[in-house]
Design a binder for this molecule. Structure first.
Ligand SMILES: N[C@@H](CCC(=O)N[C@@H](CS)C(=O)NCC(=O)O)C(=O)O
Length: 259
């Protein structure tokens, strides 16, 4: 059994499937894909994922893409590899349905909106520093039309009305989840799992730094406590510390946290 995980820095989607790998104690080869060098659109990578995006899981030649799909795949293939806190996907159908409801909510109503703000601030700097001809050439290798448009928009900056709409979506999600965590310890109910990991990787982890005006720590104490509880988990700490580097290369994780 061999697992390979192609990913960028431990944030957003790359973090979202790395945490379950570490929580489940699975040994995997970590392959860093350098987004700053547009490696995700290069021939070697699109031969693995024709959509030209990270992360990608390769399990003995079975390629799985899209984090929500990867995370459920790991539950299906490794049902018994679970953290002491309990299964990452509830075993009862009602619990699994609640988990999928929150995954769908984060995937459809949170992820792209936080991402827009991230791209507006960070990717804009990278993209606008590239000369026109070179940028056009790079764009010709982006396989997904929507993603190509996003790169081109990021270069000049997103429109304020779109950024405001995104902030509204994020505020709505924070209020909804704050209320939910007032009555439930975790998103899907009694125990920590994939839905928590999803919202944490896309929003919870960095929301107070990205959106200081929302004053999440002061105004949403349930989210702040939930975020800190996740951040205290050894597997999460390990995932966050794992790939803070700029050099591409290959690392092998033994599954017990040691390289
Ligand atoms: N729905 C996909 C989204 C993947 C995605 O947006 N990946 C980003 C990194 S967080 C990426 O590869 N961006 C670079 C690009 O599209 O050029 C998933 O869940 O994995």
């Amino acid at each position: 059994m061999a697992l390979r995980y192609y990913h960028a820095e431990p944030l957003a989607n790359s973090l979202k499937s790395m945490i379950p790998l570490v929580e489940k104690g699975l040994a995997y080869e970590s392959i860093y894909v350098d987004l700053h060098k547009f490696e995700q659109h290069s021939d070697w990578f699109t031969a693995i994922n024709p959509e030209g995006q990270v992360p990608v899981l390769d399990h003995d030649g079975t390629i799985v893409t899209h984090t929500t799909v990867i995370n459920e795949y790991l539950e299906d293939v490794f049902p018994d590899a679970q953290p002491a806190s309990g299964p990452l996907r509830p075993r009862d159908p009602a619990g699994a349905a609640r988990m999928r409801y929150w995954n769908k909510f984060v995937d459809e109503h949170v992820m792209n909106y936080v991402s827009m703000h991230g791209w507006h601030r960070l990717v804009r700097v990278i993209a606008s520093a590239i000369e026109d001809d070179r940028f056009e050439e790079l764009m010709s290798h982006v396989p997904l039309p929507d993603q190509r448009r996003k790169w081109m928009t990021a270069r000049s900056g997103f429109e304020q009305k779109d950024l405001d709409h995104a902030t509204g979506k994020i505020t709505y999600a924070l209020d909804k989840i704050e209320a939910h965590l007032g009555e439930n310890a975790w998103l899907a109910g009694d125990s920590y799992g994939l839905a928590d990991i999803n919202f944490y990787a896309h929003c919870g982890l960095m929301v107070d730094r990205m959106f200081p005006d929302l004053r999440v720590n002061e105004t949403r104490p349930n989210i702040a406590a939930w975020r800190d509880a996740i951040g205290d988990r050894p597997a999460v700490k390990q995932a966050l510390a794992s790939e803070d580097r700029t050099q591409p290369g290959l690392r092998t994780w033994s599954g017990d946290g040691r390289e």
